[in-house]
Design a protein around this ligand. Sequence first.
Ligand SMILES: Cc1cc2nc3c(=O)[nH]c(=O)nc-3n(C[C@H](O)[C@H](O)[C@H](O)COP(=O)(O)OP(=O)(O)OC[C@H]3O[C@@H](n4cnc5c(N)ncnc54)[C@H](O)[C@@H]3O)c2cc1C
Length: 603
Amino acid sequence: MAAGACASAPTMRPGVRVTNASTVQERLVAETRHWVRAVLLYRSKFSDCSACAVPNSHPNFDLLWDNVIAGPWGVAPLYSVSAAGSDLFLDFESNAESPQAFDVCVVGGGVVGLVTAWALAHSQLRVIVIEAGGLRDELRSQSLYETAEFTGLKNNGVTDGRFRVYGGTGTRWTAQLAPAELTAWPIKPHDLEPYFEKIGEMLGLGDTPFDASCYKILKRQPLDFDDDMFSVRFSKGLPWKKRNIGRYLKKAFEKSRDTTVLLHANAVEIILDEEDLSLVSAIRIRSYDGRERLITANDYILAAGAIEISRLLLASRNQMPQGVGNRYDNVGRWFMDHVCVRAGYIVPKDRKKLLQGIRPVYVGDVLHTPRFELTKAQSSCRTAFVHIVFEAHPVSAFSKLRTLFHDIQREGGKAMSRSPFWSILSDMPDVMAGFISHTALGLRPIPARSTPVVSLVCEQPPRRESRIFLADAIDAIGLPKIRVNWLVGEEEKTTLLALGRLFEQQLIKSKSGAIQWFAGFNPAGAAFPAEWAGWYHHIGGARMSVSPTDGVVDTDCRVHGVSNLYIVGSAVFPTSNCSHPTFTSMALALRLVAKLHGRRASA
Ligand SMILES: Cc1cc2nc3c(=O)[nH]c(=O)nc-3n(C[C@H](O)[C@H](O)[C@H](O)COP(=O)(O)OP(=O)(O)OC[C@H]3O[C@@H](n4cnc5c(N)ncnc54)[C@H](O)[C@@H]3O)c2cc1C
């Protein structure tokens, strides 16, 4: 959009003006921010940002405000997202009388729920997003993710890798995006392709390919690996300013006017129609002080993350003792993660050659990172890939900057007021070299004191007994806690050992380097560390199947046997593939919205 197109200052929309600012000082700051932004928009200094596809917004304003104007003085409202000047947000704790009937109810305001709501915006449908958290981290909300018990292997991500706040785990993720291969899925790649494209457009990912042909566009030379051993696939990393999807999409929602995000509202029960148990009639929400209300809609979409979706379906047992959608005892089953071993580091033989093949490169502000996937012929049964990270020395300025950026992603301006300026300055030559290589050459900065660390990642086979159960213990709002039986087996171990051995073989063959394995891992001696780790990619629990006997949702993501209840996110993946899951989850969400529009149009 041309400069000047935003000549009208952002209008304040009628209705309740909700703000989280609790003190006079916070209110004052929130108001000042609103009017500074309004004046800047009025003077067209910050016109619509066509690049980021969010109307009437410019992410630079938020960054400028949070990080330069308000943050360093410690007076910014300390939220990752500000509610000031917005009637998008309603707080269930202070708005008991807010509207209750909607066209679509989305449960969960994390990455997938918000992308779903974004796709529904501007469709004249009244959409409510029910979000358990507030606009910033809160212990009372986060503590509801505590697990009662691990009966299989402990999956750290179940407690450390999920965030119960507006924006969800997107307030912390690294935002690497790559489409999953839909092996053994009841839908085919062409079913999702248009939606990958749409998400790519919305997030400004560009049209560079994900496969090895991208090297040519990046003007880089691939490593001389045998094609029948490894194929390269790139992931695309979102820039910092877009990683917190909640903050990024807020402007789009405000523009749509039909979206409401209800904060501090925990969905605790899916209520079925008394006369027709194949229809959801409401979602019961509960606040932290035990107040309840029913939210009604025509369609309900569960997007609360794989584990919470299982919990909510299983806990809704007042009308169906086995839980909603669980007639065949499939809810919570086939729980998976990506198994990851931080295995060793590369000792370069020819550093220049090595960096040509493995260094991440920017196209615009999107980082393209090559990953080395074992070809089907070599992998015993699962997909697996090598992921290389240049780990900076823990006391270097790069490590501190990285921590700072993570903090900004999570909490905005507050982070800057604690920024370690002096220690960053002390490493200035290294930082400047990184800055120049980034801005002039589009290369990802590599700190002088860094090591290319090799992580080996593989897919898990779906195991029916790997599952989420309800425990007897109850959490602070009265929902049963979960018990997790995460199963990992020999297949993953064999695949990761083969992956490590073949990758080292190819590095040596191509004369680019060798690997120094960390203690405990050695493919030659089949030594494997005792500790296994997941990769914070929770998958399954509500898998997609053609027949209700084999899964929980059909190929349209609709719960088998319940005509107006849908599930989006990695919960529905029937196989996990080794790719990062969220890009595929987002594409599934857009596909579902298109199906809903189709159904409404034909109705
Ligand atoms: C450190 C880290 C790095 C990661 N990096 C990547 C990556 O590079 N690429 C990738 O693809 N994935 C990555 N992931 C995983 C990714 O973050 C998740 O796959 C993604 O966030 C899932 O989105 P979601 O919306 O399904 O769940 P979430 O983002 O977790 O959102 C769920 C939302 O639902 C809300 N909620 C939960 N229960 C209820 C309830 N009962 N009522 C109302 N609301 C509820 C929560 O508050 C939350 O806002 C990473 C994860 C972590 C922890």
